[in-house]
Design a protein around this ligand. Structure first.
Ligand SMILES: Cc1ncc(COP(=O)(O)O)c(C=O)c1O
Length: 485
């Protein structure tokens, strides 16, 4: 980590906190961020020469893994024709058509550059369309860093938001009502006290920003019923879940009919691209066809659009979702085995290829539950995993993501990820873990879960590989194929 540490120190002199997005700084778990220089498939290589199995996957943006050949080739050949014209292109129209085809509730879509732009624009649109100002958001859901979202409940549990960041005007935060996730009663009360004022409910249909928290059935039903009954729009923020849990949006599989859907991350194949879209009647009010202003210099640029088209093509051709579900189940089983072996309190929340590990014996169904878990144990676990060549999110409140550099032939359009409540109860925890990424052809050098959390780890395969000079050890094609298994 010598090179990473030196780079981080240098970064701290030029970039606030040494990083371009706060979570990358490892504040929650402590220590120095690892600096990376190469990624391939499910692997990352640091500037210190150590290799890691990557379960962060650029915070969910890389559903196909690092440097996917088809995406890379498409982007490189597209770039030869220029990066961006700032004008109408065939690619952006094709992408818009494909997104609308994949998501039935999306009749029209606008491309933007980041998830924040998508959610912020969707909220503006909802306010303009309904003529109302209030929005409802759920505690623990993250929708980007626009002023309306950087709010939390007041100290006395008041549902009217107070700024969660300096610089957010108090007056703006009071237009956001904050309600606990999975709490239908609180949602009902919020609507009752703001009758006729709520423009929209914005939600992550499967929460991924307090760790992974699946929605409960009665909660989803109340969201659907109340928005419909009260004339508020439902904005499903699928910046994480869109094309991650299934091809398109997961809202429909959950029984929701969103008025607007926001996309990002997976859709862009690792390049900056996001989108918001919905019913024609609503989207038709966006400028220039309507009055609701929203614009973007880099929107629809060639590189991002080409990456998105290639990503959607690979996802559609290979349908990786059943395999991602299997890999997710395997990872979950391995982690649950850790609980049985160590006797530590541990809860694993998973939906498809999104997963979180909480050191608690309670069921985690909202932010309070996630925050009550043992962050100190997670921090130790993070560093032990890092030493064992596994890169997981540096916070228990971030989701782990599995990539699917896979080639499965059969196409499937229904949701392949059973929710815990599908069979009415939580899955039972079983021992019998072993290797997190068995079949990778690297034996125990990658992905073995450390067996004894409390003992600390003297073993450091990542560092050892560095000493042994395995600098060219990123998996070659043959090994990648075995990973696809
Ligand atoms: C659900 C959700 N919405 C919106 C955003 C904001 O996206 P971006 O970071 O691209 O602005 C994020 C980012 O993590 C997210 O997870």
């Amino acid at each position: 980590m010598i090179a990473s540490r030196a780079l981080y120190e240098r970064a701290c002199r030029a970039i606030p906190g040494g990083v371009n997005s706060p979570v990358r700084s490892l504040r929650v778990v402590g220590g120095t961020p690892v600096a990376f220089m190469e990624g391939k498939g499910a692997y990352l290589r640091s500037i210190d020469g150590a290799e890691y199995v990557d379960f962060v996957m650029a915070w969910g943006a890389l559903i196909l893994g690092h440097a996917h050949e088809r995406v890379q080739e498409a982007v490189c050949s597209g770039l030869r024709k220029g990066t961006h014209y700032g004008a109408l292109t065939l690619g952006e129209v094709e992408l818009a058509e494909k997104l609308c085809e994949a998501i039935p509730s999306m009749e029209m879509v606008r491309l933007v550059n980041s998830g924040t732009e998508a959610t912020m624009s969707a909220v503006r649109l909802a306010r303009a369309y309904t003529g109302r100002d209030m929005i409802v958001k759920f505690e623990g859901c993250y929708h980007g860093h626009a002023d309306s979202f950087l709010v939390r409940r007041g100290a006395d549990g008041d549902i009217y938001g107070v700024p969660s960041s300096p610089g957010v005007p108090k007056s703006i935060s009071t237009f956001t009502v904050v309600v606990p996730y999975n709490d239908p009663l609180a949602l009902r009360r919020a609507f009752e006290t703001n009758k006729g004022k709520v423009a929209a409910v914005i939600m992550e249909p499967v929460a991924g920003n307090m760790g992974v928290v699946p929605p409960e059935r009665d909660f989803l039903e109340e969201v659907a019923n109340l928005t419909a009954a009260e004339g508020a729009l439902l904005i499903c923020d699928e910046v994480i879940t869109g094309f991650r849990l299934e091809f398109g949006s997961c809202s429909r599989s959950l029984g929701l009919e969103p008025d607007l859907v926001c996309l990002g991350k997976s859709v862009g194949g690792g390049l900056p691209l996001a989108a918001y879209g919905g019913k024609r009647e609503i989207m038709g009010t966006v400028a220039p066809s309507g009055e609701v202003y929203q614009a973007g210099t880099s929107a629809g640029n060639n590189a991002s659009v080409t990456a998105a088209l290639a990503t959607l093509e690979v996802l559609s051709d290979t349908d990786p979702y059943p395999r991602l579900e299997r890999l997710g189940a395997m990872l979950e089983k391995g982690l649950c085995g850790l609980a049985s072996e160590t006797g530590l309190p541990l809860a694993v929340n998973r939906v498809g290829s999104m997963l979180s590990l909480f050191f608690t014996e309670n069921v985690v169904k909202d932010l309070a539950g996630a925050q009550a878990s043992r962050h100190d144990l997670y921090a130790r676990f993070f560093h032990m995993m890092l030493q064992n060549g596994i890169y997981i999110p540096p916070s228990p409140l971030e989701a782990w993501f599995i990539s699917g550099d896979v080639c499965v032939a059969a196409k499937r359009r229904s949701a392949p990820w059973p929710l815990p409540w599908k069979d009415g109860r939580r899955r039972e925890v079983r021992v019998d873990h072993g290797s997190l990424c068995s079949g990778c052809g690297k034996g125990s050098r990658h992905g073995t879960i450390p067996g004894n959390l409390s003992a600390g780890s003297g073993d450091n395969p990542a560092g050892r590989r560095e000493q042994e000079g395995h600098r060219d050890n990123l998996p070659q094609k043959k090994e990648e194929r075995s990973l696809r298994g």
